[in-house]
Design a protein around this ligand. Structure first.
Ligand code: AR6
Length: 174
C-alpha cells in the first residue's frame, strides 16, 4: 500500500507544490551547482543567509530552512549525499539522507515532500543503484509510519532518472 504514497514524476524539484523540497547540498551548505544552484537561485539570497548560521552539514545528515522566494513550498531540507566511492559506506549514507530528511519533514509537520536524486549528478552515484536505495528507504520509512500522512515525490530531472525509478517500481510489483 505504501507505493500509493510515493509518486515518481519528471519535474524540477523547485516547482513542486509540497510542504518540503529537498536539496542535494554539500557539506558547507553554501550553495553550488546542479539542483543546489537551482534552489538557491529560486529562493533568493535570504536562503544563503540562513544557511550560513547552520555551520554546514555532515554527509548523510539533513538540515531544514525556510523556502523564501519559493512560494510553492514551506521548507527546504538540505541533505548531503555521499560522493560515490564504490564502497559499502555509500549505500548507508545515501539511505541516511532520505531517512533523516523524512524525519525532519515529520518533525516540522510536513505532509508532503519532494526529493531530487541525491548524489546522482556531480557526486556520481549510479542511477540504478541510487533509485533502488532511495525507493526502498522511503518505502520502509512509510511502512514504519503507517498512521501519518506523507506524500513523497521523486522528482526526476532527466529521462534516465525517470526510467531508473520506473524499473525499480516494476520489479517491486512482481
Ligand atoms: N530538480 C530535480 N532534480 C535536478 C534538478 C532540479 N532542478 N537539477 C538537477 N537535478 P546534483 P549531487 C538532478 O549534481 O550529485 C552541487 O554543486 C540531476 O539530474 O545537483 O548530490 C552541490 O552543491 C541529478 O540526477 O547533486 C554539491 O556540491 C540530481 O539532481 C553537489 O552538486 C543530483 O545532481 C552535489 O551533487
Amino acid at each position: 500500500m505504501e507505493e500509493r504514497r510515493i509518486k515518481v514524476i519528471r519535474a524540477s524539484v523547485v516547482t513542486m507544490k509540497v510542504d518540503a523540497i529537498v536539496n542535494a547540498a554539500n557539506n558547507r551548505l553554501l550553495g553550488g551547482g546542479g539542483v543546489d544552484g537551482a534552489i538557491h537561485k529560486a529562493a533568493g539570497p535570504e536562503l544563503l543567509k540562513e544557511c550560513r548560521v547552520l555551520h554546514g552539514c555532515e554527509t548523510g545528515d539533513a538540515k531544514i530552512t525556510g523556502a523564501y522566494k519559493i512560494k510553492n513550498a514551506k521548507y527546504i531540507i538540505h541533505t548531503v549525499g555521499p560522493i560515490y566511492s564504490a564502497t559499502k559506506q555509500d549505500a548507508k549514507l545515501l539511505a541516511s539522507c532520505y531517512e533523516k530528511s523524512l524525519n525532519l519533514a515529520l518533525e516540522n509537520n510536513c505532509k508532503s515532500i519532494a526529493f531530487p536524486g541525491i548524489s546522482t549528478g556531480v557526486y556520481g552515484y549510479p542511477l540504478k543503484e541510487a533509485a533502488k536505495i532511495s525507493y526502498n528507504t522511503v518505502n520502509n520509512w512509510l511502512k514504519q509510519h503507517e498512521g501519518i500522512k506523507m506524500e513523497v515525490y521523486f522528482c526526476c530531472f532527466r529521462q534516465e532518472e525517470l526510467e531508473a525509478y520506473q524499473r525499480v517500481i516494476i520489479k517491486e510489483k512482481i
